[in-house]
Design a protein around this ligand. Structure first.
Ligand SMILES: *[C@@H]1O[C@H](CO)[C@@H](O)[C@H](O)[C@H]1NC(C)=O
Ligand SMILES: *[C@@H]1O[C@H](CO)[C@@H](O)[C@H](O)[C@H]1NC(C)=O
Ligand SMILES: *[C@@H]1O[C@H](CO)[C@@H](O)[C@H](O)[C@H]1NC(C)=O
Ligand SMILES: *[C@@H]1O[C@H](CO)[C@@H](O)[C@H](O)[C@H]1NC(C)=O
Ligand SMILES: *[C@@H]1O[C@H](CO)[C@@H](O)[C@H](O)[C@H]1NC(C)=O
Ligand SMILES: *[C@@H]1O[C@H](CO)[C@@H](O)[C@H](O)[C@H]1NC(C)=O
Ligand SMILES: *[C@@H]1O[C@H](CO)[C@@H](O)[C@H](O)[C@H]1NC(C)=O
Ligand SMILES: *[C@@H]1O[C@H](CO)[C@@H](O)[C@H](O)[C@H]1NC(C)=O
Ligand SMILES: *[C@@H]1O[C@H](CO)[C@@H](O)[C@H](O)[C@H]1NC(C)=O
Ligand SMILES: *[C@@H]1O[C@H](CO)[C@@H](O)[C@H](O)[C@H]1NC(C)=O
Ligand SMILES: *[C@@H]1O[C@H](CO)[C@@H](O)[C@H](O)[C@H]1NC(C)=O
Ligand SMILES: *[C@@H]1O[C@H](CO)[C@@H](O)[C@H](O)[C@H]1NC(C)=O
Ligand SMILES: [Cu+2]
Length: 581
């Protein structure tokens, strides 16, 4: 199949550049300026042309490259109809919550014709992160890599790569993604699934009418490549593999890990993974498929298609004239779509590097223990939407999702401004439940009543509170893996397991030595995960499922971290150009 296929492919050659783009600088830290013009662009994929919202007309968006310690000044100007905001995913934003970006949480969106300068410093972080729109489903086309190199002169704690290549997975709809989510919220049913997955914007040859849109990575024999993997898909965790090659995992979510080798990576939306790819000593002209397809645990319909790119060994002659159909082409074998055993083994392999230079400062004492249930539910079919009282969710209801049975109601104004100005009345209440109000068998029998409550409830933490949070999946409408993302912090993943969390037995097994540090963690399907973090960053911080449909259904909440005593423990005042609602 591969042979016949390749003979007709005119490959799109992705011109990757080494990251030697950094201007020569002698200063340790500098300010880097970027301009993001939000504008429409016509793009064709799968023989379907459509107008998409982009940054600077690029899809995927521009690459931001900085060093640890640098300040970034990114001027975003909105030239499209939609309101927009941009989130710098995984950046801690110490004292600068105003630059975090989730719409109606830390800022009002940037309205058409307006602009806003995101102003923040990268402190104590290095590795692969990314940026994306954080309103409605605009992140389906507005996303790009955010690469933080170590400080000048500081080496990686692994083999220096010959080249570095960002690989960003996405999800493509032939329809307008905003229309897809608006329709789903209107009918109460699940959204139409995507038409393809993409790798650096390209679906690859396994889709109809797509072989010219194939990501191709040209490599030389006997070299080490650093692949910076980012999952920007909306609703799907992905398995990824390159045929006949192993990958060495060295970093996740911009935190170094103890290196380990694997044939397949599992990466959830919101997560990043750096892997080293060591090419074989002598494979002239050989080509290999790299493929990705979803890991799925829920009951809903999903896009079960497979994206493919091509790894090609370069020849000694620069311009090949021989037909490509002489080349062998191998496909990797990926785990089955619901392979939770693989998912569990993979996440158990992740450990912080935990060296004197990069220690894992796991909070050893806990000030506040919290227990949050994560799962789906329903809302009654609302009168105003449906005159005949029938919606397309389960049993004629509307799909919803919640944390501790609170489906988050989005405010009309930004929470951070309400908090900073002391005007939270009528905007939010500081009473997010520390555990489910009505305990039940979370992973056991189905409930008769699946309706959720709702509200704009926040969890308030004094500065420097040490938090232990157990995230418990529920089996209401089916157990499902949920990648939970916390803004403003990295957390340590100290334990995970299946069934209901047992407060007496399970904490004894926690890893408080070298747990992985992340900003997004998969809550196991039908299980729980325990995380610890130190609330040392004042502000209002969003936490949500990074499966975008679950966020749309209300699987989200926010934390308020109060100011500390000292000036460097206080939220800075808002910038003058902060958008208004
Ligand atoms: C996209 O294509 C349509 C139809 O061909 C055209 O009217 C429109 O101006 C194009 N938009 C952009 C941004 O190029
Ligand atoms: C953008 O936001 C403004 C203010 O909240 C609102 O009036 C307007 O309808 C929004 N525009 C769109 C296209 O949603
Ligand atoms: C960015 O923030 C820093 C620290 O708050 C401030 O000194 C600086 O003036 C800001 N720069 C711009 C362009 O707003
Ligand atoms: C690649 O792997 C396949 C299947 O495991 C094997 O048949 C093939 O010989 C391998 N090719 C190379 C070049 O290693
Ligand atoms: C994907 O879903 C389609 C439609 O439901 C089905 O026909 C097909 O067999 C599925 N493919 C895989 C690989 O599961
Ligand atoms: C690889 O391709 C080049 C150019 O197409 C050709 O000259 C060379 O003989 C090929 N090498 C092998 C080992 O097939
Ligand atoms: C995974 O899917 C297969 C095929 O659809 C099914 O037979 C199997 O029971 C599923 N396994 C789990 C753990 O759900
Ligand atoms: C009314 O009910 C029918 C049948 O259940 C359904 O197809 C239709 O979408 C509903 N109409 C509205 C406005 O929800
Ligand atoms: C739908 O209703 C049927 C019959 O009343 C019930 O057995 C089933 O559990 C309900 N399903 C959901 C998802 O509520
Ligand atoms: C919860 O439900 C499961 C499945 O029905 C059952 O095996 C388990 O014993 C129940 N646990 C408790 C604490 O009732
Ligand atoms: C659910 O409903 C059934 C039948 O209506 C009833 O027998 C059962 O006790 C209910 N279960 C719970 C947990 O309320
Ligand atoms: C929240 O719950 C109330 C009371 O049950 C309901 O009237 C309202 O429609 C819900 N709001 C949302 C956004 O779901
Ligand atoms: Cu989820």
């Amino acid at each position: 199949m591969g042979v016949a296929l390749l003979s007709v492919i005119k490959l799109f050659v992705f011109s990757f550049v080494t990251l030697g783009l950094i201007p020569q600088q002698t200063l340790a830290s500098i300010t880097r300026h970027y301009k993001f013009d939000i504008q429409m662009k016509n793009v064709t994929r799968l023989c379907h042309m459509k107008s998409i919202v982009t940054v600077n007309g690029q899809f995927p968006g521009p690459r931001i490259v900085a060093r640890e310690g640098d300040r970034l000044l990114i001027r975003v100007v909105n030239h499209v109809q939609s309101n927009i905001s941009i989130h710098w995913h995984g950046i801690r934003q110490l004292q600068t919550g105003w630059a975090d970006g989730p719409a109606y949480i830390t800022q009002c969106p940037i309205q058409s014709g307006n602009g806003y300068v995101y102003n923040f410093t990268i402190i104590g972080q290095r590795g692969t992160l990314w940026w994306h729109a954080h309103i409605s489903w605009l992140r389906s086309t507005i996303y790009g890599p955010l690469i933080i190199l170590p400080k000048r002169g500081v080496p990686y704690p692994f083999t220096k790569p010959y080249k570095e290549v960002p690989i960003i997975f996405g999800e493509w709809w032939n329809a307008d993604p905003e229309a897809v989510i608006n329709q789903a919220l209107q009918t109460g049913g699940g959204p139409n699934v995507s038409d393809a997955y993409t790798i650096n914007g390209l679906p690859g040859p396994l889709y109809n009418c797509s072989s010219k849109d194939t990501f191709k990575l040209k490599v030389q024999a006997g070299k080490t490549y650093l692949l910076r993997l980012i999952n920007a898909a909306l609703n799907d965790e992905l398995f990824f593999s390159i045929a006949n090659h192993t990958l060495k995992v060295v970093e996740t979510d911009a935190v170094y890990v103890k290196p380990f080798e694997t044939n397949t990576i599992l990466i959830a939306p919101g997560q990043t993974t750096n892997v080293l790819l060591k090419t074989k000593p002598n494979y002239p002209n050989a080509t290999f498929f790299m493929t990705a397809r979803p890991y799925v645990t829920g009951l809903g319909t999903f896009d079960n298609s497979t994206l493919a790119g091509i790894l090609e060994y370069e020849t000694t002659t620069l311009h090949s004239t021989l037909p490509m159909n002489k080349l062998p082409l191998h496909k990797p074998i990926l785990p089955v779509l619901n392979d939770t055993t693989f998912a569990t083994k993979f996440s158990n392999k992740l450990r912080s590097l935990n060296t004197p230079q990069f220690p894992a400062n796991v909070p050893q004492k806990v000030d506040k223990r919290l227990f949050f249930t994560i799962g789906l539910g329903t809302n009654p079919c609302s009168q105003q939407n449906h005159n005949n009282q029938t919606c397309q969710g389960p049993n004629g209801t509307m799909f919803a999702a919640s944390i501790n049975n609170v489906s988050f109601a989005m405010p009309n104004t930004a929470l951070l401004q309400s908090h900073f100005s002391g005007q939270s009345k009528g905007v939010y209440s500081p009473d997010f439940p520390i555990s489910p109000v009505t305990p039940f068998n979370y992973t056991g029998a189905q409930l008769n009543n699946t309706n959720v409550g709702n509200g704009t409830k926040l969890m308030v933490l004094p500065f420097n509170t040490s938090v232990e949070l157990v995230l418990q999946d529920t089996s209401i409408l089916g157990a499902e893996s949920h990648p939970l993302h916390l803004h403003g912090f990295n957390f340590f993943v100290v334990g995970q397991g299946f069934g209901n969390f047992d407060q007496d037995k399970d904490p004894k097994k926690f890893n408080l030595i070298d747990p992985v540090g992340r900003n997004t963690v998969g809550v196991p399907s039908g299980g729980w995960v325990a995380i610890r973090f130190l609330a040392d960053n004042p502000g209002v911080w969003f936490m949500h499922c990074h499966l975008e449909i679950h966020t749309s259904w209300g699987l989200k909440m926010a934390w308020v971290v109060l100011d500390g005593k000292f000036p460097n423990q206080k939220l800075l005042p808002p910038p003058l150009d902060l958008p208004k609602c």
